[in-house]
Design a protein around this ligand. Sequence first.
Ligand SMILES: [Zn+2]
Ligand SMILES: [Zn+2]
Length: 368
Amino acid sequence: MTRNTLKPGKEMNSWRCYFSKLMRLSVRWVRLCPWQVRGRRPGPLRQLWSYGKVVFNSLYFNILTNWDTVLDSIFEPVYWLVDNLTRWFGVVFVCLVIALTTSVVLIVYLCVLPRIVRTYPAHWILWHLCYGHWNLVNIVFHYYKAITTSPGCPPQEKTDIPTVTICKKCIVPKPARTHHCSICNTCVLKMDHHCPWLNNCVGHFNHRYFFSFCLYMMMGCIYCSISAKDMFLEAYNAIESYYQTPPPQFTSEEKFFHKGLLYLWVLTSSVAVALGGLSLWHAVLITRGETSVERHINRKERKRLETIGQVFRNPYHHGGIKNWKILFGVEKKSQWITRVLLPSSHPPHGDGLTWDCPLRKQDTMDTI
Ligand SMILES: [Zn+2]
Ligand SMILES: [Zn+2]
C-alpha cells in the first residue's frame, strides 16, 4: 500500500499505517547500507560479521560437535606448527638422504672397490661389480620414483565412485581406504603414512616404490657392512694406533682411507638395522593386506567386535602371496624378474578408488 492509493476520508488503522511506514524505512535503510548494495559483493565488514556468525552458530548448531572436535580446535595451532615443521624438515631429510647415500657410494668407489679389485679373485670381483651396481641402480630408481610419484588423490568433482565418508578438511567424498594427510593437506588414496624421508605421502601409486626403496637400501647397507668389515677392522686398529708413541707414519691418503671406512661401516650398519626393522614391519602389513593407518583402525575394530562376540575379518586381505602380487603388480612368474628385481614404472593394480573385496565375494557365494 502506498500513500497515493489512500483515498481521502477513508479511515486507516493507526497500527497498519505505522507498520507500512516502518517497512518503507527499513527497506530504504537496508538499501543505503554500505554492505548491502544490490549487485555488488558484500563489504569486508559484512563478510567478517557473516563468518563470525557461522563460526559461532557452528559451535552449538552442529550435531556432530563433541569433545574430540573441541579438543581438535584447541590444539589446531599445535597441529599447524607440527605439520609445517614436518613439511619443511621433509626437504632437509630428502637432501640428507641424497648426501649420505652419495658419500657412501663415493667411499665405496674410492676405498672399497679398488681394494677388492687388487686382492680378490676374478669371479668375486665380477660378483661385487654386478651386485653392487644392480643394487645401486635399484636404490636410485625407487627413491626417485617414490619422491616424484603422487600417491593419488580422490576426484574433486562429483562422480559415481562408491564412497564411505566425507573428508571434514577437503569437503570431498572419500573412497574406501582413503585418508586425509594434514601435512600434504589433501586426501590420499590407500594412504599408508606420510614419510618425511621422501617428503611425500606413501599411498596407492607409490607404495611399491617406497617398499622397494626400503628393501634395496637395506640390502645395500648390509652389502656394504659385510664387504667392508675386514677393511673396517683394519682401519679401526690403525686409528687406534694414531695415539701411540711414537705414532705410526701414515700418509694423508691412508688416513682418509681409515676415516672413510669407519664412517662407511658405522653408517651402513646402523641404517641396515633401522631399515631392517622398518622393512620387516611393512612386510608384515603387506602380508596382512593392511596399511599403517588401517592397522590402527582394524585393531580398534577387532577389539570392539571381540567384546560383542564377533570376529573381525579384513575386507582387503586376499591371502599372503596374492597381497604381494597385488603390491608389486605381478601377474605372471616372469614379472617377478622384470617388475620386482629390475626397475619398472608399471602402474599398480587397480585405480585406488574401488577395491576388490574377497569377503564380499565369499558372502555372495555363501548366499547363492
Ligand atoms: Zn581430505
Ligand atoms: Zn602427506
